[in-house]
Design a protein. Structure first.
Lengths: 314, 314
């Protein structure tokens, strides 16, 4: 993470947002979005997902998007990969970071990626080994994602000790960093604070840890604040909360990037992001939608009188 | 505050919600709402405002509402009063608690209640004296309200030391408790935490302190969590976020009662409230609206699988 920022805002809209809506963005539209948002100061963008195109046609061009996105100076380009084959393709395309996600909940993992958690851990090990084998002059960062860390739509409560165990197993298999996700919007801020406190006690302070929240029950930003309070310095979010319909099970959106950036900047935490430019990116992105709703409040309410962002825009 | 609850949720919808919308609720509709919500376990409701009826016709029946509401067993009935005359009428009607509000921002106080802050403090002193003079067998609780404590639409930033000074002046003039308000939706959770930390250092831990947030920029529940973290145990909120339009200046709504109760209960903090019954009150209230929008997510998303509220409903 750059020394110039206090919290890394990781935009996941081109992946998590776009995969949740009907409209398929043309490759050039995705790249316009990504370039615009990088220019606004967003340091890291998850630009696609290396899944089977018949399962997620919105993501079919992910290799092309990665290949262009990595040309943007300074931008960290991340991609989601479900398995070794996806990882191979993402590394071939030049992604800087791979997000490899498994669910802490056994039932959710089986339902979502048709594997047991042990099988997912084994696949994770293969991905790390593959990277070591093929790479000499660069190192793709591999992030171990822990989905359903705060609860599961199938099995309900997820024990904190299960999250700790899977976190340690991912690190033992070579994860460079962790991403802890409230995949289904179950978390509350007390739980978030407690879980991250426990996680930092378990894995130490040297492993970068990100948090991924959905706003299903209106607690997304409260959870983001709680995570920051616990020491988390990387947060996933989605421009305009795209894909966000809190009322359709399975389709509740990520926290809204511009609202998150406003909160952090108002709290005196530098994100490196220019809020005005970010709102322009939002408008650009909305121009490609075909009726899908967006979320958020900052774009309408604007900054409060006297607002001084932590990031000084040059 | 009852020993059975950890956080007092103070419903202000029949005042702050109804005064912000066009529709005038008949007295019986207000009482249906109040009775239903009290039955759902809400311990305190601000049922009206003793202002000039020509200024706020929605509040013209406040004396009648108070007179009936105080018959509800166990309910603490509060009312907003802008001046001595309002306080006299509210006490005559039998209100248990008076909220007397002044703005920390001089400019906002002048604009809102056409007095200097010093004049407001003098009026506050008269209200406390009047209560002492007329009351023998009971004591109406007087809450000193500090509006614009987190910023002002006219003068922007409000210094923390000004909030502390006014808090001490209100207590010196006999306030039984304090209510600190983000009247215009400017606060961020870091600021909230810091301000309440400072306030408890200044006035001690024995003065009950409430917090009043608006959700103008999506940070309402994050701010509520931050206040709870700082030790605040009383929060104002509004059923359905009534009156809430984050996009119209001056009309941004309070945080949503049912979302707040869900957050607190999920965090293991007892509110004494039955969430199912609260949603029924919401429906009852919505039945009287004439097109005004309501807010909130919990009523649509419902509780997460495995949710165990802190309050055990008998």
């Amino acid at each position: 993470m750059s020394d110039d920022i206090d919290v890394l805002v990781h935009e996941v809209g081109p992946r998590d947002g776009l995969q949740s809506i009907e409209t398929i963005f043309p490759t050039q539209a995705k790249l316009e979005w990504i370039r615009s948002q990088a220019a606004a100061g967003i340091p890291q963008i998850q630009v696609g997902s290396f899944v089977r195109p018949d399962l997620l046609p919105q993501m079919a061009d992910s290799a092309d998007v990665v290949k262009e996105a990595v040309k943007i100076p300074g931008l960290i380009v991340s991609a989601l990969v479900p398995n070794l084959k996806g990882a191979q393709n993402a590394i071939a395309a030049g992604a800087h970071q791979l997000g490899v996600v498994m669910s802490v909940s056994e039932a959710h993992n089986k339902s979502n990626i048709t594997r047991s958690v042990e099988e997912s851990l084994e696949e994770f090990r293969k991905i790390v080994e593959y990277r070591i084998d093929v790479e000499s002059d660069r190192t793709t960062v591999i992030s171990g994602g822990l989905a359903t860390s705060f609860g599961c739509t199938i099995s309900g409560l997820v024990p904190v000790r299960d999250v700790m165990k899977r976190a340690e197993q991912l690190l033992a298999r070579g994860a460079d960093r962790l991403s802890v996700a409230d995949t289904v919007g179950f978390a509350n801020p007390r739980q978030v604070k407690d879980l991250f406190d426990e996680l930092f006690r378990t894995v130490g302070d040297n492993i970068p840890v990100g948090a991924h929240f959905h706003d299903t029950r209106g607690l997304g930003l409260a959870n983001a604040f709680a995570a920051v309070e616990a020491g988390v310095r990387e947060l996933d979010s989605c421009l305009g909360g795209l894909g966000g319909c809190p009322y359709a099970p399975g389709a509740s959106g990520n926290i809204v990037t511009e609202d998150l950036v406003f909160m952090l900047e108002a709290m005196g935490m530098k994100t490196g992001v220019d809020l005005d430019a970010l709102l322009q990116t939002r408008e650009l992105m909305e121009g490609y939608l075909k009726g899908e709703p967006t979320q958020g409040t900052f774009h309408k309410a604007g900054p409060p009188l006297g607002f001084v962002p932590a990031t000084i825009v040059a």
